[in-house]
Design a protein around this ligand. Structure first.
Ligand code: 13P
Length: 251
Protein backbone atom coordinates (compact mmCIF):
# COMPACT_ATOMS: atom_id res chain seq x y z
CA UNK A 1 0.00 0.00 0.00
CA UNK A 2 1.42 3.37 -1.00
CA UNK A 3 0.64 6.22 1.41
CA UNK A 4 -0.75 9.15 -0.59
CA UNK A 5 1.09 12.47 -0.53
CA UNK A 6 -0.52 15.88 -0.95
CA UNK A 7 2.13 18.59 -1.32
CA UNK A 8 1.63 22.32 -1.75
CA UNK A 9 4.18 24.19 -3.82
CA UNK A 10 3.77 27.83 -2.86
CA UNK A 11 6.17 28.95 -5.60
CA UNK A 12 7.13 32.65 -5.32
CA UNK A 13 4.23 33.65 -3.08
CA UNK A 14 3.66 34.45 0.61
CA UNK A 15 5.86 36.71 2.67
CA UNK A 16 6.32 35.84 6.34
CA UNK A 17 3.04 37.09 7.81
CA UNK A 18 1.01 35.61 4.94
CA UNK A 19 2.88 32.32 5.16
CA UNK A 20 2.27 32.05 8.90
CA UNK A 21 -1.41 32.88 8.39
CA UNK A 22 -1.80 30.33 5.62
CA UNK A 23 -0.21 27.46 7.50
CA UNK A 24 -1.93 28.42 10.77
CA UNK A 25 -5.28 28.27 8.99
CA UNK A 26 -4.35 24.96 7.35
CA UNK A 27 -3.28 23.05 10.47
CA UNK A 28 -6.71 22.71 12.14
CA UNK A 29 -8.30 21.83 8.78
CA UNK A 30 -6.03 18.79 8.33
CA UNK A 31 -5.53 17.85 11.96
CA UNK A 32 -7.80 14.82 11.65
CA UNK A 33 -6.44 13.75 8.29
CA UNK A 34 -4.91 10.31 8.53
CA UNK A 35 -3.28 8.09 5.95
CA UNK A 36 -2.08 11.04 3.87
CA UNK A 37 1.31 12.75 4.06
CA UNK A 38 0.83 16.51 3.93
CA UNK A 39 3.69 18.76 2.86
CA UNK A 40 4.03 22.50 2.28
CA UNK A 41 6.86 24.09 0.28
CA UNK A 42 7.24 27.81 1.02
CA UNK A 43 10.01 30.09 -0.25
CA UNK A 44 13.41 29.79 1.46
CA UNK A 45 13.04 33.00 3.46
CA UNK A 46 9.98 31.82 5.40
CA UNK A 47 10.97 28.17 5.98
CA UNK A 48 12.03 28.87 9.58
CA UNK A 49 8.80 30.68 10.41
CA UNK A 50 6.63 27.95 8.87
CA UNK A 51 8.70 25.27 10.67
CA UNK A 52 7.89 26.88 14.02
CA UNK A 53 4.16 26.93 13.28
CA UNK A 54 3.96 23.30 12.06
CA UNK A 55 6.05 21.87 14.92
CA UNK A 56 4.20 18.91 16.44
CA UNK A 57 1.56 18.79 13.67
CA UNK A 58 1.06 16.40 10.74
CA UNK A 59 2.26 19.01 8.22
CA UNK A 60 5.79 18.55 6.86
CA UNK A 61 8.18 21.07 5.37
CA UNK A 62 9.78 21.10 1.93
CA UNK A 63 12.00 23.57 0.11
CA UNK A 64 11.44 24.29 -3.58
CA UNK A 65 15.02 23.68 -4.71
CA UNK A 66 18.55 23.19 -3.43
CA UNK A 67 22.14 23.28 -4.68
CA UNK A 68 24.32 20.20 -5.06
CA UNK A 69 27.30 21.35 -2.99
CA UNK A 70 27.18 21.38 0.81
CA UNK A 71 29.17 24.60 1.17
CA UNK A 72 31.68 26.78 -0.61
CA UNK A 73 31.97 29.93 -2.65
CA UNK A 74 28.56 29.67 -4.35
CA UNK A 75 26.88 33.02 -3.87
CA UNK A 76 23.12 32.81 -3.63
CA UNK A 77 22.80 29.05 -3.27
CA UNK A 78 21.29 26.99 -0.45
CA UNK A 79 22.60 23.51 0.34
CA UNK A 80 20.66 20.36 1.28
CA UNK A 81 22.31 20.28 4.71
CA UNK A 82 21.14 23.84 5.32
CA UNK A 83 17.60 22.80 4.45
CA UNK A 84 17.77 19.97 7.01
CA UNK A 85 19.17 22.43 9.51
CA UNK A 86 16.14 24.67 8.86
CA UNK A 87 13.67 21.85 9.50
CA UNK A 88 12.96 20.58 6.00
CA UNK A 89 12.30 16.89 5.53
CA UNK A 90 11.64 17.20 1.79
CA UNK A 91 12.85 19.17 -1.21
CA UNK A 92 11.33 19.69 -4.65
CA UNK A 93 13.89 19.16 -7.42
CA UNK A 94 13.60 19.63 -11.17
CA UNK A 95 10.37 21.57 -11.27
CA UNK A 96 9.54 22.55 -14.85
CA UNK A 97 9.72 26.24 -13.94
CA UNK A 98 13.32 25.70 -12.89
CA UNK A 99 14.05 23.77 -16.08
CA UNK A 100 12.31 26.46 -18.16
CA UNK A 101 13.54 29.69 -16.54
CA UNK A 102 16.74 28.74 -14.71
CA UNK A 103 18.43 26.40 -17.15
CA UNK A 104 18.11 23.21 -15.11
CA UNK A 105 18.88 20.07 -17.05
CA UNK A 106 18.61 16.36 -16.29
CA UNK A 107 22.29 16.55 -15.32
CA UNK A 108 21.87 19.33 -12.75
CA UNK A 109 18.68 17.70 -11.49
CA UNK A 110 20.60 14.44 -10.98
CA UNK A 111 23.38 16.20 -9.06
CA UNK A 112 20.85 17.93 -6.85
CA UNK A 113 18.92 14.73 -6.17
CA UNK A 114 22.11 12.92 -5.13
CA UNK A 115 23.13 15.75 -2.80
CA UNK A 116 19.66 15.98 -1.27
CA UNK A 117 19.58 12.22 -0.63
CA UNK A 118 23.06 12.35 0.91
CA UNK A 119 21.79 14.98 3.34
CA UNK A 120 18.84 12.77 4.30
CA UNK A 121 16.09 14.70 2.53
CA UNK A 122 13.20 13.06 0.72
CA UNK A 123 13.05 14.33 -2.85
CA UNK A 124 9.99 15.36 -4.82
CA UNK A 125 11.47 14.79 -8.27
CA UNK A 126 9.51 16.61 -10.99
CA UNK A 127 9.16 15.57 -14.59
CA UNK A 128 6.71 16.38 -17.36
CA UNK A 129 6.38 17.12 -21.04
CA UNK A 130 5.57 20.43 -22.75
CA UNK A 131 2.55 20.86 -25.01
CA UNK A 132 4.78 20.74 -28.11
CA UNK A 133 6.32 17.49 -26.89
CA UNK A 134 2.90 15.97 -26.27
CA UNK A 135 1.50 17.13 -29.60
CA UNK A 136 4.47 15.73 -31.47
CA UNK A 137 3.90 12.34 -29.85
CA UNK A 138 7.03 12.50 -27.71
CA UNK A 139 5.54 12.40 -24.22
CA UNK A 140 6.87 8.99 -23.26
CA UNK A 141 10.26 9.64 -24.81
CA UNK A 142 10.61 12.87 -22.80
CA UNK A 143 9.48 11.19 -19.57
CA UNK A 144 11.92 8.33 -20.14
CA UNK A 145 14.88 10.63 -20.62
CA UNK A 146 13.92 12.80 -17.63
CA UNK A 147 13.52 9.76 -15.36
CA UNK A 148 16.72 8.06 -16.57
CA UNK A 149 18.69 11.32 -16.46
CA UNK A 150 17.39 12.44 -13.08
CA UNK A 151 17.84 9.05 -11.43
CA UNK A 152 21.17 8.22 -13.07
CA UNK A 153 23.50 6.37 -10.65
CA UNK A 154 20.96 6.49 -7.86
CA UNK A 155 20.99 3.08 -6.19
CA UNK A 156 17.92 1.03 -5.40
CA UNK A 157 18.41 1.54 -1.67
CA UNK A 158 17.77 5.27 -2.09
CA UNK A 159 14.58 4.94 -4.08
CA UNK A 160 12.33 4.93 -1.02
CA UNK A 161 13.45 8.53 -0.44
CA UNK A 162 12.22 9.61 -3.86
CA UNK A 163 8.72 10.67 -4.78
CA UNK A 164 8.12 11.34 -8.46
CA UNK A 165 5.85 14.22 -9.46
CA UNK A 166 4.48 14.03 -12.98
CA UNK A 167 3.52 17.55 -13.97
CA UNK A 168 2.65 18.06 -17.64
CA UNK A 169 3.92 21.58 -18.33
CA UNK A 170 0.81 22.45 -20.33
CA UNK A 171 -1.38 21.76 -17.28
CA UNK A 172 0.56 23.95 -14.83
CA UNK A 173 -1.21 27.15 -13.89
CA UNK A 174 -3.41 26.95 -16.97
CA UNK A 175 -6.55 25.55 -15.42
CA UNK A 176 -6.18 22.74 -17.97
CA UNK A 177 -5.82 19.52 -15.99
CA UNK A 178 -4.80 16.37 -17.76
CA UNK A 179 -7.79 14.07 -17.97
CA UNK A 180 -7.79 11.25 -15.45
CA UNK A 181 -6.99 8.90 -18.31
CA UNK A 182 -4.09 10.99 -19.64
CA UNK A 183 -2.60 11.25 -16.16
CA UNK A 184 -3.08 7.54 -15.44
CA UNK A 185 -1.48 6.60 -18.76
CA UNK A 186 1.61 8.68 -17.98
CA UNK A 187 1.84 7.40 -14.40
CA UNK A 188 1.55 3.78 -15.53
CA UNK A 189 4.28 4.42 -18.08
CA UNK A 190 6.57 5.92 -15.43
CA UNK A 191 5.92 3.04 -13.03
CA UNK A 192 6.70 0.51 -15.75
CA UNK A 193 9.96 2.32 -16.45
CA UNK A 194 10.89 2.21 -12.74
CA UNK A 195 10.15 -1.53 -12.84
CA UNK A 196 12.59 -1.94 -15.74
CA UNK A 197 15.24 0.18 -14.01
CA UNK A 198 14.88 -1.05 -10.42
CA UNK A 199 12.54 -4.01 -10.36
CA UNK A 200 8.89 -4.72 -9.72
CA UNK A 201 8.89 -4.24 -5.94
CA UNK A 202 10.47 -0.79 -6.16
CA UNK A 203 8.03 0.20 -8.89
CA UNK A 204 5.11 -0.94 -6.75
CA UNK A 205 6.41 1.03 -3.77
CA UNK A 206 7.33 4.37 -5.34
CA UNK A 207 4.81 7.19 -5.02
CA UNK A 208 4.00 9.07 -8.22
CA UNK A 209 2.13 12.36 -7.74
CA UNK A 210 0.22 14.28 -10.36
CA UNK A 211 0.61 18.06 -10.66
CA UNK A 212 -1.06 20.63 -12.88
CA UNK A 213 -4.22 22.58 -11.98
CA UNK A 214 -5.21 20.20 -9.18
CA UNK A 215 -8.24 21.54 -7.32
CA UNK A 216 -10.78 20.24 -4.80
CA UNK A 217 -13.09 19.55 -7.78
CA UNK A 218 -10.73 17.21 -9.64
CA UNK A 219 -8.67 15.52 -6.92
CA UNK A 220 -11.10 12.64 -6.42
CA UNK A 221 -11.08 11.56 -10.06
CA UNK A 222 -7.30 11.71 -10.15
CA UNK A 223 -6.88 9.78 -6.88
CA UNK A 224 -9.23 7.08 -8.13
CA UNK A 225 -6.62 6.15 -10.76
CA UNK A 226 -4.54 3.13 -9.76
CA UNK A 227 -1.14 4.72 -10.41
CA UNK A 228 -1.80 8.20 -9.00
CA UNK A 229 -0.56 8.42 -5.42
CA UNK A 230 -1.15 12.05 -4.61
CA UNK A 231 -0.77 15.57 -5.91
CA UNK A 232 1.71 18.40 -6.14
CA UNK A 233 -0.52 21.45 -5.92
CA UNK A 234 0.40 24.99 -6.95
CA UNK A 235 -2.29 27.68 -7.04
CA UNK A 236 -4.85 25.82 -4.93
CA UNK A 237 -2.30 25.35 -2.14
CA UNK A 238 -2.20 29.11 -1.54
CA UNK A 239 -5.66 28.96 0.02
CA UNK A 240 -5.99 26.89 3.20
CA UNK A 241 -9.58 25.64 2.72
CA UNK A 242 -8.91 24.57 -0.86
CA UNK A 243 -5.60 22.83 -0.03
CA UNK A 244 -7.26 21.15 2.97
CA UNK A 245 -10.14 20.00 0.76
CA UNK A 246 -7.58 18.40 -1.56
CA UNK A 247 -5.76 16.73 1.34
CA UNK A 248 -9.12 15.55 2.72
CA UNK A 249 -10.34 14.02 -0.57
CA UNK A 250 -12.36 10.88 0.00
CA UNK A 251 -12.70 8.20 -2.61
P1 13P B 1 -0.82 24.62 -10.43
O1 13P B 1 -1.52 23.73 -9.45
O2 13P B 1 -0.94 26.09 -10.09
O3 13P B 1 -1.19 24.31 -11.84
O4 13P B 1 0.76 24.30 -10.30
C1 13P B 1 1.19 23.01 -10.35
C2 13P B 1 2.62 22.97 -9.97
O5 13P B 1 3.47 23.44 -10.70
C3 13P B 1 2.98 22.39 -8.67
O6 13P B 1 4.35 22.22 -8.56
Amino acid sequence: MRTPVIAGNWKLYKKSAEAVNLVSELIPLVKQTTGVEIIVAPVFTVLGKVRDVIAGTNVMLAAQDCFWEEEGAYTGEVSPGMLCDTGCSHVIIGHSERRQYFGETDTTVNRKIKAALAAGLTVLFCIGETLAERESGNTFKVLDSQVCGGLGDIPMAELSKIIIAYEPVWAIGTGKTATNEQAQEAHAHIRALIARLYGRDEAEAIRILYGGSVKPENIKGLMAQPDIDGALVGGASLNAPSFAAIANYKL
